[in-house]
Each structure stands twice: as structure tokens, then as C-alpha cells.
Ligand binder design. Structure first.
Ligand code: DX5
Ligand code: ZN
Length: 221
């Protein structure tokens, strides 16, 4: 079912999964009630870590139909975009700080039939994304400095989440607001109150013994 920005969406982040059993981990996330699967692509350049690329995403796409929320933490999203479209991404999020023509990349994502997401790091001001807000389906406000899972939630980012929700209302737009980094029950509640509806959660979902309870907790927070 297509999600609206008024729906709470829980997106377990595969980065926190057991990489020796990826297929089973994806199944675990779906059975636990995860709405989307969040896929963190890191190139060792835009962020100081390397995760996985399109082959992994394609393998997941071929084995089930979970919504694939692809977060590109790479320097040249414009160059690699076609690989992620072909791999089966449903939403592709690129960073405003990366080295590309942002408007052009967002247009290409939509033309390929995917949802277009735009991400900003904690240090990037909201004003940097304003020129693109009428061209996106999702705004990702990073609540940690990207690169690694398991970092503490940065509450000061909530000012940007509120600004994004206000801007959306004032301009009759309908983009999702996603938060990513340090999300658990308590921080999901803080984020939802500020206006976020898509909750990415790695360690608190894949790291939980009872993943269904963890997902449910974040959904009700
Ligand atoms: C951080 C990634 C996140 C990460 C979140 O660079 O973008 O998606 O997986 O991990 P947790 O939920 O453990 O903070
Ligand atoms: Zn992410």
C-alpha cells in the first residue's frame, strides 16, 4: 500500500543486520512488521565507511517485494543512479551535500519511476534544501553524522524537522519526513512530535531479541 506523509512508516536499516545471513535477516524484518527496508549505501568517500552496493539490493529485490528505501551516502549519486534503479529501488535518497546537480538528479529519479528523496546532514542548514522541496517525495533529516550505526540521536536536528513540516504545510506539499540515526522508542516519539513520519532504525530493530516488539514500540511511540 502506498504510504502518505501522515502514515507512520518503520524502516529497519539493514546496516545493523547479520551480514552472514542477509536473506534471513530481511525476512525477519518483514515478519516483524517493518514497512520499508532501509538500505545504506556508503562509498568510503562521502562517508568514512563502505557498506554494500547494487548487487546486494538486487538480490534482495529478487527474493521478495518489500519496499526498498535506498539511502545513497556516495559522492556521485548522479553517476551511480541507473545501477540502483535497475537493482529495484523504490525510493532513492541522495544527499544535498554530494557533488551533483541536485535538481537534475531528483528529476531523473522520478522519471525512472522511483520516489525521490533528499537528505541533509546534521550540520547542513534547512535553507540548503528549500530550493528542492517542491521536487521531492521524501526529506531525510540525518539525526547522526552518517557513516555508522549505533550512534546517539542528535536532538537539535528537531528544529529542522519542525521547519520542514511547517514549510510543507505552508506550501501545500506532501513529502515524507524521515529521520535516521539513533532512533528507538523514545527518540521516535520526539521525532514524531516534531513532524517526522518515517523512522529508520538499525540497532534497535535488528539488534533486538524480539524484533516485532521493537518495531511495534517505535510504531506506537
Ligand atoms: C547512518 C545510517 C543509518 C544507520 C542507523 O549512517 O544512515 O541508516 O543504519 O543506525 P542506527 O539506527 O543504529 O542508529
Ligand atoms: Zn540511512
Amino acid at each position: 500500500m502506498k504510504k502518505k506523509y501522515t502514515d507512520r512508516v518503520i524502516a529497519p536499516s539493514l546496516l545493523a543486520a547479520d551480514f552472514s545471513r542477509v536473506g534471513e535477516e530481511v525476512t525477519r524484518a518483514i515478519n516483524a512488521g517493518g514497512d520499508w527496508l532501509h538500505l545504506d549505501v556508503m562509498d568510503g568517500h562521502f562517508v568514512d565507511n563502505i557498506s554494500f552496493g547494487p548487487a546486494m539490493i538486487q538480490a534482495i529485490h529478487e527474493t521478495n517485494d518489500v519496499f526498498l528505501d535506498v539511502h545513497l551516502m556516495i559522492s556521485r549519486p548522479d553517476h551511480y543512479l541507473p545501477c540502483y534503479v535497475a537493482a529495484g529501488a523504490d525510493c532513492i535518497t541522495v544527499h544535498v551535500e554530494a557533488d551533483h546537480d541536485v535538481t537534475d538528479t531528483l528529476q531523473r529519479i522520478r522519471r525512472a519511476g522511483c520516489l525521490a528523496g533528499l537528505a541533509l546532514n546534521p550540520a547542513t542548514p534547512f535553507s540548503d534544501v528549500v530550493p528542492y522541496l517542491d521536487k521531492i517525495d521524501l526529506l531525510l533529516c540525518m539525526t547522526v553524522v552518517p557513516g555508522f550505526g549505533g550512534q546517539p540521536f542528535m536532538e537539535d536536528v528537531m528544529e529542522k524537522v519542525k521547519a520542514a513540516a511547517d514549510y510543507r504545510r505552508e506550501n501545500n506539499l506532501s513529502y515524507h519526513i524521515e529521520v535516521d540515526g539513533g532512533i528507538g522508542v523514545e527518540t521516535a516519539a520526539i521525532s514524531a512530535k516534531a513532524g517526522a513520519n518515517v523512522m529508520v532504525a538499525g540497532s534497535t530493530t535488528f539488534g533486538a531479541k524480539d524484533m516485532a516488539a521493537a518495531v511495534q514500540g517505535i510504531r506506537e511511540a
